[in-house]
Ligand binder design. Structure first.
Ligand code: NDP
Length: 311
C-alpha cells in the first residue's frame, strides 16, 4: 500500500511553529504539527510576558501559547504528540521517524524546534539537578520558599529568574562572570533596585556543594584574583543562555558553529530546498517570541511558494 505523503509537516510548537501552522492553514495547506518534547515551547515556563504587542497588561506564557494553538487548530492544523527521532532530508519526499516508531513522508518541512537551556557542564551540577539545581525558576521557584538561592548568568533570563525568585526565596545572589551585564538596562536596573538581590561579579561557579540529598552551598572562583569562596545556599539556578535543538539535522543542513540552522538572507530557506527553519533554532540574534512569530510567518509563506512550484 502506498504511504500518504503530507504536503507540510511542522516540527515544534513554540510561537514560530504555531504561527507557521496558522498562516499555512489560512492558505488552505493541510499541516501536520508534531508537538515535540515540550509542547508550547519555552514560553510555557515563562511568567508574565510584558512585551508581546497587543497585551498592554501582559500575558502569561502558557495562556499565550494556548491561544496560538487554538488559532492554529481553528485553521485546520492537525497536532500529533511526540517528537521526531530521525530525519532523512536527502530523499524526496522527506522521511521522518517519530519516537513511537511511526514514519512520515512530507513534501515540505518547517523546523521550529527552538532552543533549550544551557548547563555549565560540571559534574556537581548534574549530581544535584532536581535536588537544588535548576534551569527554570518558574518551574521550581516554589520549592525555595524562605531559602537562599544563587542565579548564574548576566543576560535577561538571569535577571528575570532572579526577580521571580524573590517571590519565594529569602535572598537571591546573582553571580556573573564579568562586570558588565548582557541584559537590557531596564532588567538589570530592576535587579539592582531589589533589596532581596545581591550581586557577585567576576565570579564563576567552581563547584556546587551538597550532601546526599540536596544542595547546601556553592563554591565560586574569582576570575581576577583566582580566590575560591564558599557560600551556603539551598538552590542554584542556571540562566546562561540556550542551545538550538538542531542535532537531528547535523550533516544534513548547514548549521553555524553553535548549531543554529543557517537560512538564506531575508528568507527561512535552509540549504535543502523544501526545508524551512524559523524561531529560536535559526535565530541566534534576537530570540524573542515576537521574532519567532515573524519568522514562523515567513516559513509559512516560503513553504506555500515552494509547494506551488512542485504541484
Ligand atoms: P544570553 O545569551 O543573553 O545571556 C547568557 C548569560 O550567561 C551571559 O551573561 C553570559 O555571560 C552568561 N554565560 C554564558 N555561558 C556561561 C558560562 N559557561 N558560565 C558563566 N556564565 C555564562 O541568554 P539569555 O537566556 O539571558 O537571553 C537570551 C535572549 O532572550 C536574549 O535576547 C534576551 O534579551 C531574551 N530574553 C528576554 C526576556 C524578556 O524580554 N522578558 C527574558 C529572557 C530572555 P557573558 O555576558 O559574559 O557572555
Amino acid at each position: 500500500m502506498e504511504r500518504e505523503v503530507h504536503d507540510l509537516i511542522i516540527m515544534g510548537t513554540g510561537p514560530a511553529g504555531y504561527t507557521a501552522a496558522i498562516y499555512t492553514g489560512r492558505a488552505n495547506i493541510k499541516s501536520l504539527v508534531i508537538e515535540g518534547i515540550q509542547p508550547g515551547g519555552q514560553l510555557m515556563i515563562t511568567t508574565e510576558i510584558e512585551n508581546f504587542p497587543g497585551f498592554p497588561e501582559g500575558i502569561r506564557g502558557p495562556e499565550l501559547m494556548a491561544k496560538m494553538r487554538e488559532q492554529a487548530a481553528k485553521f485546520g492544523a492537525q497536532f500529533i504528540p511526540g517528537s521526531v527521532v530521525d530525519a532523512d532530508l536527502s530523499r524526496s519526499p522527506f522521511l521522518l521517524q517519530l519516537d513511537d516508531g511511526r514514519e512520515l513522508l512530507t513534501h515540505t518541512l518547517i523546523i521550529s524546534t527552538g532552543a533549550n537551556a544551557k548547563w555549565l557542564g560540571i559534574e556537581s551540577e548534574d549530581r544535584y539537578r532536581g535536588k537544588g539545581v535548576s534551569a527554570c525558576a518558574t518551574c521550581d521557584g516554589f520549592f525555595f520558599r524562605d531559602s537562599k538561592v544563587f542565579v548564574v548568568g548576566g543576560g535577561d533570563t538571569a535577571m528575570e529568574e532572579a526577580l521571580y525568585l524573590t517571590k519565594f526565596a529569602s535572598h537571591v545572589t546573582l553571580v556573573h562572570r564579568r562586570e558588565e551585564f548582557r541584559s537590557s538596562k531596564i532588567m538589570s536596573l530592576r535587579v539592582r533596585k531589589n533589596e532581596k538581590i545581591s550581586m557577585m561579579l567576576n565570579e564563576v561557579v567552581d563547584e556546587i556543594l551538597g550532601n546526599d540529598l540536596h544542595v547546601t552551598g556553592i563554591r565560586l572562583k574569582n576570575v581576577v584574583s583566582g580566590e575560591l569562596t564558599e557560600h551556603p545556599c539551598d538552590g542554584v539556578f542556571m540562566a546562561i543562555g540556550h542551545a538550538p535543538n538542531s542535532g537531528l539535522f547535523k550533516g544534513q543542513l548547514d548549521l553555524d558553529d553553535y548549531g543554529y540552522i543557517l537560512t538564506k538572507k531575508s528568507s527561512t530557506e535552509t540549504s535543502v530546498p523544501g526545508v524551512f527553519a524559523c524561531g529560536d533554532v535559526q535565530d541566534f540574534t534576537y530570540r524573542q517570541a515576537v521574532t519567532a512569530v515573524g519568522t514562523g510567518c515567513m516559513a509559512a509563506v516560503d513553504a506555500e511558494r515552494f509547494l506551488e512550484t512542485i504541484r
